[in-house]
Write a protein that binds this ligand. Structure first.
Ligand code: ATP
Ligand code: MG
Length: 412
């Protein structure tokens, strides 16, 4: 390339000078436009970065406050038991002991009432905040959300017992006017008792299936707590939740765990169980309105239950669920063999006759074992022989009469 191409040409005359200048001007104008465009770009970048910065700052603040929260010591939970004056209250901490404490100035003294749950500073135990009313998560755990699948049709025998429980539990909920017309109060509670494995829990599940009431299920032993007063509080909250969502059915399975007769208690544990029972008794007395909250209890040790539980007004209806008789056993066998592929030579009445003294759970196990025998022999159907073998196996595996007495209280 020549020298002249690299260097701008020297203007030779007027016209060339004019053209040269024009050229420069256009060049500069385009350059100007370019720069402006760049400026615009940079400004928008700047704006973007500024908003980004604000976002990050916000995030930093959030994280800082979170760190602050993580650093702050945990608060103790307590319940107000008494108000002394405008800024002194007596509280019971969740661990048990009671304290006289001050309440923080930012708390409205109007809101401090006995029974309110509050948070306490760890060192001074001063009331720092009031907690919203809530139930123990354990109480929420008792709620039966999914309706059980068993219906009355899945219960063999027990026809009379089903009628009784229907009358006592379903009827007052569905047709309260019948009771008003006659002028009687419907039964408040129903106690199912009888030997283990006869279908008490099953019956309660069927009731839950058939009514669309709010259903709370609790096992007696769940109500027994470690600290003094906690079991009673649980019972109180259970009844409160029941009342709030009425119509409700509370099912207390294995009620003997809390309902055992009150004797001269020796250990503090016994006394705590008794306090829980007393709260239960008071709770059962607390419902006066018809057909609102029903209690179904189940136990296989009615002999050790406290007489106060059994008096009319609490469990007014005591329904015995006995060992199934011949027709009961046939009914149960029919229920459990419904889905099975059974050979034509099987006569369920005969099987029922051979299983004298067996309970519902045994009969269910017999059906299952008969099926297992058929599977072992790789047959498509369950034969009479399979059933006979199953009866023998169930009787041999575990002879109930070898261990008389205290059986069942432990099995739910
Ligand atoms: N009458 C019945 N009809 C159909 N199945 C029954 C019957 N009784 C018992 N069963 C079967 O036995 C199983 C156990 O019964 P369930 O749990 O109701 O006994 P339970 O009376 O509550 O005993 P426990 O007193 O030991 O708690 C049930 O799941 C069911 O399969
Ligand atoms: Mg049971």
């Amino acid at each position: 390339m020549g020298e002249s191409a690299r260097q701008p040409q020297e203007p030779q005359n007027q016209e060339e000078l004019y053209r040269y200048l024009l050229d420069r001007v256009t060049n500069m104008e385009t350059r100007n436009l370019e720069l402006r465009e760049q400026l615009r770009q940079i400004e928008s970048d700047k704006r973007y970065i500024e908003t980004q910065k604000i976002r990050y700052e916000r995030e930093v603040r959030k994280l800082k406050s979170e760190i602050e929260q993580l650093r702050s010591p945990p608060l103790v939970i307590g319940t107000i038991t008494d108000i002394v004056d405008s800024n002194r209250v007596i509280i019971r901490s969740s661990a048990g002991p009671r304290f006289l404490v001050r309440s923080s100035l930012c708390i409205d003294p109007e809101k401090l009432k006995p029974g309110v749950r509050v948070t306490l500073n760890q060192q001074s135990l001063a009331v720092v905040d009031i907690l919203p009313e809530s139930f123990d998560s354990q109480v929420y755990g008792m709620e039966v959300v999914e309706t059980p699948e068993e219906s009355y049709a899945d219960i063999g025998g027990l026809g009379a017992q089903i009628t009784e429980i229907k009358e006592a539990v379903e009827l007052p909920m569905k047709k309260p006017e019948l009771f008003e017309k006659i002028g009687i109060d419907p039964p408040k509670g129903v106690l199912l008792h009888g030997p283990p494995g006869t279908g008490k829990t099953l019956l309660a599940r069927a009731v839950a299936h058939e009514t669309n009431a709010y259903f709370l299920r609790v096992v007696g032993s769940e109500l027994v707590q470690k600290y003094i007063g906690e079991g009673a509080r649980l019972v109180r909250e259970l009844f409160e939740l029941a009342k709030k969502n009425s119509p409700t059915i509370i099912f207390i399975d294995e009620i003997d765990a809390v309902g055992a007769s009150r004797t001269e208690a020796t250990t503090s544990g016994d006394r705590e169980v008794q306090r829980t029972l007393m709260q239960l008794l008071a709770g059962m007395d607390g419902f006066e309105r018809r057909g609102d909250v029903k209690i179904i209890g189940a136990t296989n040790r009615i002999d050790i239950l406290d007489p106060a539980l059994l008096r009319p007004g609490r469990f007014d209806r005591i329904i015995e669920i006995p060992l199934p008789d011949l027709s009961g056993r046939l009914g149960i066998l029919k229920v459990h063999s419904k889905g099975m592929n059974i050979d034509a030579d099987v006569n369920l009445s005969e099987i029922a006759g051979l299983t004298e003294g067996k309970n519902g759970a045994d009969l269910r196990a017999i059906c299952m074992e008969a099926g297992m025998f058929a599977i072992r022999k790789e047959h498509d159907t369950v034969t009479r022989n399979d059933f006979l073998n199953a009866i023998e196996k169930i009787s041999l595996d575990f002879d109930r009469n070898k261990y008389p007495g205290s059986f069942g209280a432990m099995f739910a």
